[in-house]
Design a binder for this molecule. Sequence first.
Ligand code: G3P
Length: 478
Amino acid sequence: HTSVYKYYSDGAWNVSSSGKSVPIINPTTRKTQYKVQACTQQEVNKVMESSKVAQKLWAKTPLWKRAEMLHKAAAILKENKAPIAECLVKEIAKPVKDAVTEVVRSGDLVSYTGEEGVRILGEGKFLTSDSFPGNERSKYCLVSKVPLGVVLAIPPFNYPVNLAVSKIAPALIAGNSLVLKPPTQGAVAALHMVHCFHLAGFPKGLISCITGKGSEIGDFLTMHPGVNCISFTGGDTGIAISKKAGMVPLQMELGGKDACIVLEDADLDLVAANIIKGGFSYSGQRCTAVKVVLVMDSVADTLVEKVNAKVSKLTVGPPEENFDITPVVSESSANFIEGLVMDAKQKGATFCQEYKRDGNLIWPLLLDNVKPEMRIAWEEPFGPVLPVIRINTVEQGIHHCNASNFGLQGCVFTRDINKAILIGDAMETGTVQINSAPARGPDHFPFQGLKDSGIGSQGVTNSILMMTKIKSTVINLP
Ligand code: G3P
């Protein structure tokens, strides 16, 4: 018997009137680990109501007090890193060490957002009319930033805690209320995290956490007239949301196919280390994972050999024991990854390791001599399989990178900084890393994607700004 975790609304833990629950399947055992409430549309309506009421009062709460509460929540979150990490291990098979890191990083992000918020929201702008032709100095304009209202946060399974707080904290410091719809895998970790905010004493209704089936409440939430802003991280669902959402600001991060361009003069040991970290950490289930290596043919043999030596050292097993490679999130995900691998095999890719799978556990695999006609050259496996495409010119590499539908991050390895900058400028991605694998953090750096990778920019500062609106007050002198 597994008890059903309650959802959070009006400052309390509640049972849904649906009488139904959603099972959370442990990726390792493939058995039901937890259950959460299957909330109804009526319950969404109620949450939106109380969220709106709570926001009005919160907007009047002094900025320093809002920051103080965030610092408190951050401390409680860090104190509870062990039980929250345990949920991440069971729900999304994140290696326990990385799960703990996710929670600590989240606490730091919440504190940083409190700090940043008091600075950037605590100052505005002052303009005078006489700089525009035809005007006397008769109008003074005071510009400040005001909250949007109710922010809807939808994080993905791969960072159910971190990518939730990266939306919650900016929303709250800016004076918004927040409705969280956690991913099903990761919902219990998210509920624990929300409990930390509850313990910090935020007013009731300010934060809500609604669980349930996307088919039941997904569109209902994203198209709800009570929502004033949507911050979403995930897959193509984001494209559908952006088409259906009303006239509200959207912040979207929808994945990537981050390229790693390797020049002849690169430090190949550094490249190999970064390919391992970038391509295989959390079994490749990161939007910013290295998802295609584009290496100059003259150094490709050496690089592939160095990467293979490191792949053979990656340990494979359950997340509880800190293995490097752990089961991918679901059976359908494992099947999708296998589909990409089989397509590459059929079209003649070189398998550097034997393809091996047991349930949702897929052994790390480097695929050499991948060609553009293979699906894996373009699609995002979200698993521990990495294609290598050999190139004869740097232009070929840039061309492949820019022909992608995605444009999140990319990286270039060379000892020639001038070349690195020119290549980086030519790559159509939101961020280019020089001599390191792509990564979102440190979390105050701007984080954004082009094309199907998303809209808007994240990172602490940009998220705070995105969740506010400019308000002008003009003083008209006699
Ligand atoms: O997949 C989520 C994306 O935001 C990656 O974050 O910290 O793993 O680079 P990070």
